[in-house]
Write a new protein. Structure first.
Ligand code: HEC
Ligand code: HEC
Length: 332
């Protein structure tokens, strides 16, 4: 008797576990079919994706990291990239509107996006005006509402610091010209390494236990609701998309940003989204549940219930990734 009871329990448990595994495998297929892509677990696969031009070396990453944290690249020496893109948080600043040189707010009421995983975006900036992180990095240094320095002054300051000169030579050879472009592209090379694999990636890469039942349910709902029409690829975003198809975005009157020449806005990555409130280009939505419901209303023209939004949120939270070392480096 005992033994047969034991057997029954074992068979039933195994069946349930197998059913769970099958469900998980079906969900992985469905996710991939809908354009979701995991960050590769394999280091060399990942390098192929983030280093197409084969520019990444440990020396350049180390130097780029220092420059990213160096406030001397702003006119009054108080602001660095890390001021608005805090690496020990979500890679942004958690305020609605970016605050730069002399405490000035972005005049278009633009919210700082995260720098994490931006290497995966097709375009940089909310309006996609820059093609990659190396090019992008020039913008904030010279922007009068951000770091407000001239290219000449940035070059002059870096060249005046012997340790930096040595590091540039180590990174690029002794004939290197320390130009503004080189400073920016070195920061960009560092940013290429700001990739945050999460349990969601582990799941897509085949570890069926990496996401809980509730997170898997949320992922399924995320796909079924249609979010993957825009939040796809490795970043779950990063491509130019139409915004506010319903013309019902409640905060349209905050700031004057209207996207690119076609009214398209870059769909932000949803990785680490639980750490990058407030949301949207003008930083007007604080709560993630509200952001999810807003997306339903303005992008998909569907009413997402509180209960459904909660389920999607549970999934989105699983996108919180493992960060590379976020500590401030020692500066020369
Ligand atoms: C004063 C705050 C501030 C500073 C300082 C700053 N940024 Fe930004 N960053 C922003 C804002 C705001 C945007 C969005 C601007 C836009 O889209 O027009 C942005 C956009 C970006 C993006 C594009 C991300 C995306 O989703 O498209 C990257 C990458 C980036 N910044 C990197 C940097 C680097 C590198 C530095 C230092 C050289 C820097 N930022 C300095 C506020 C700042
Ligand atoms: C038609 C394309 C499209 C669809 C479909 C879509 N989104 Fe978005 N999403 C965007 C764009 C574009 C933005 C940026 C809009 C802005 O800030 O002006 C955005 C912004 C967001 C944000 C805020 C991100 C941030 O960093 O500020 C969240 C969260 C979000 N979407 C989640 C979702 C969810 C969940 C769904 C499905 C219910 C969804 N989106 C469906 C295009 C889309």
């Amino acid at each position: 008797m005992r033994i047969s009871k034991f057997l029954t329990v074992t068979i039933v448990t195994t069946a349930i576990l197998l059913a769970g595994d099958v469900k998980g495998e079906v969900l992985i297929k469905k996710a991939k079919h809908n354009g979701l892509i995991a960050i590769p677990a394999d280091k060399s696969e990942l390098m192929k994706l983030i280093d197409k031009k084969k520019n990444i070396t440990p020396e350049r990453v180390k130097l780029g990291r220092q420059l990213f944290f160096d406030t001397r690249l702003s006119l009054d020496k108080t602001i660095s990239c890390n001021t608005c893109h805090l690496l020990d948080q979500g890679g942004d600043d958690n305020v609605p509107v970016a605050i730069g040189h002399k405490g000035r707010e972005n005049p278009h009421h633009i919210n700082s996006p995260t720098v994490y995983n931006s290497v995966f975006f097709e375009r940089q900036f909310w309006d996609g005006r820059s093609p990659d992180v190396e090019d992008q990095a020039k913008g904030p240094m010279v922007a009068d509402v951000e770091m407000n320095i001239t290219p000449q002054e940035a070059e002059k300051r870096i060249k005046a610091i012997p340790e930096y000169v040595k590091s540039f030579q180590k990174a690029y050879g002794k004939d290197v010209k320390i130009t503004f472009g080189k400073i920016a592209s070195t920061i960009g090379i560092f940013e290429r390494t700001l990739v945050t694999p999460s349990r969601y990636d582990d799941f897509l890469n085949g570890d069926l236990k990496a996401l809980t039942e509730a997170e898997q349910d949320g992922l399924a709902l995320f796909i079924e609701t249609g979010c993957t029409a825009c939040h796809v690829g490795i970043a779950l975003g990063g491509k130019m998309q139409p915004f506010d198809l319903s013309s019902g975005f409640e905060h349209n009157d905050i700031g004057d940003f209207k996207g690119n020449e076609n009214g398209m806005i870059k769909a932000p990555s949803l990785r680490n989204i639980s750490q990058t409130s407030p949301y949207f280009h003008n930083g007007t939505v604080i709560n993630l549940i509200d952001a999810i419901k807003t997306m339903g209303k303005v992008q998909l023209l569907v009413d997402i219930s509180d209960e459904e939004a909660k389920r999607i949120e549970i999934f989105l939270k699983s996108l919180e990734g493992r960060k590379p070392d976020t500590s401030a480096p020692k500066l020369p």
